[in-house]
Design a protein around this ligand. Structure first.
Ligand SMILES: [Zn+2]
Length: 78
């Protein structure tokens, strides 16, 4: 099982999608799935937003704490 995760400029994972769900299995394809508007994607790409392809083990380690609100990013912001 492979996922694409969406990472904000603070390094916190804000979303994930199955790689098999995408029309285009690429960084651009993943970004387009989260953000349909191209100008917004260009802005985000220039301002530290990232999209990475991860396997299930890495998803559990990196994405799950963020998506459940139990990560160091959320604690730092609190
Ligand atoms: Zn986080």
């Amino acid at each position: 099982m492979t996922f694409w995760i969406r990472i904000n400029p603070q390094g916190c994972v804000e979303g994930s999608v199955y790689a098999s769900y995408l029309d285009e299995d690429s960084t651009q394809g993943a970004h387009a799935e989260f953000v349909p508007e191209r100008p917004t994607r260009l802005y985000e790409a220039a301002h530290g937003w990232r999209h990475e392809r991860v396997d299930r083990a890495e998803w559990k380690r990196r994405a799950e704490p963020c998506l459940t609100g139990d990560c160091q990013h959320n604690r730092a912001a609190a």
